[in-house]
Design a protein around this ligand. Structure first.
Ligand code: PLP
Length: 339
């Protein structure tokens, strides 16, 4: 991979050499298998195809200046995948199996972990599907966990440059007592229409409101939302948002920086009072937001009037990335090594 233009990588699929797989059959998980095939062969009556028994994770491996490859809070992803599995009645991958598979997938594809300083990283996509056969609506008896990887650049092509997003009041991402708080494919299927429409209308993403009252901010597409007001980092609390590992980490970093952290309902009108707003997640890292337009009312909320990310978002972004890439100490023990 010499002479490869790592810093120009988009966020997308990229063929690597290997993926790892493990099957759950007869009530137990089998051995980890290594594959170089990009396809999987499953029964046409598999529950993942009919009844949405599918959950996934998104995490990254980062190469430090020292050449060592780091994972960031990977145990949190393993635990979240267990919650997702529980939520839609799938077999739960044990934490150590998940960890071994992640390490194996990264190690086998070491040449695809981007060099330090390119801004790129290796995205890791664990995928859990019901492969057992059912025609009535029932959970499968067999499951498959696949982990593949792909070197990636920023999720939003703007990178750390501010983006515009659109409030879509005519779509809900997830129901208050539904599956919004777990990472299952169905949530994303439901977000495609408003998200494609937003892109066609010139926005990077959609800002979803709570489905019950349509009053409070839920999520910024595939990322959590935050706002800065004075000395406060404010982020929505809701039963239908995905608990972001990045957001949880940024909340801690914000506290470390002496900010007050509030996790609570955030009414849309409060957007008027924020000095900085942003989206955060593994893929989005911290993506500053410059403009939020309410599609229904036409009302626009503007930020970053000088065209640049605000000082607090910038500070948190730099701190988070410095820990992830091993450029600064890791005071909370979030980083582990792939060795
Ligand atoms: C809907 C949604 N919200 C938030 C996030 C961010 O979560 P994390 O920081 O754990 O990647 C993601 C991405 O995983 C997501 O898909």
């Amino acid at each position: 991979m010499q002479n490869f233009e790592w810093s120009k990588l988009p966020f997308g699929y990229f063929k690597t050499d290997y993926n790892v797989r493990c099957f759950y059959r007869n009530g137990q998980w089998g051995e980890i298998e290594i594959s170089s095939s990009e396809t999987i062969n499953i029964h046409m009556a598999a529950t993942c195809l009919h009844y949405g028994q599918e959950a996934f994770e998104g995490m990254k491996a980062y190469r430090g200046k020292d050449g060592r490859v780091r994972l960031f809070r990977s145990e949190e992803n393993a635990k979240r995948m267990q919650k997702s599995a529980e939520g839609i009645m799938m077999a739960k991958p044990p934490l150590d199996l998940f960890h071994k598979m992640v390490v194996k997938a990264v190690k086998l594809n070491d040449k695809y972990v981007p060099p330090h300083g390119t801004g790129a990283s290796l995205y890791i996509r664990p995928l859990l599907i019901g492969t057992g056969v059912q025609v009535g609506v029932n959970p499968a008896k067999e499951y498959m966990l696949v982990i593949f990887v792909a070197p990636v650049g920023p999720y939003f092509k703007e990178g750390f440059n501010p983006v515009s997003i659109q409030i879509a009041r005519d779509y809900d991402r997830a129901a208050p007592q539904g599956t919004g708080s777990i990472k299952v494919g169905g949530n994303y299927a439901g977000s495609l229409q408003p998200s494609e429409r937003a892109k066609a209308e010139g926005f990077a993403s959609v800002l979803f409101l709570d489905a019950k009252e349509n009053k409070y901010i839920d999520e910024a597409g595939p990322a959590n939302f935050f706002g800065i007001k004075g000395n406060k980092y404010i982020t929505p609390e809701s039963t239908s948002i995905l608990p972001s590992i990045t957001n949880k980490s940024i909340m801690q970093l914000a506290k470390d920086e002496g900010l007050e952290v509030e996790q609570r309902k955030v009414p849309v009108e409060e957007l008027e009072e924020f000095e900085e707003v942003g989206a955060c997640g593994t893929a989005a890292i911290i993506t500053p937001i410059k403009k939020i337009v309410d599609r229904k009312t036409g009302k626009a909320y503007e930020f970053c009037k000088d065209g640049k990310a605000g000082p607090i978002s910038t500070k948190l972004y730099k701190k988070l990335q410095a820990i992830q890439f091993g450029d600064e100490p890791d005071p909370h023990g979030w980083v582990s090594f792939v060795e």
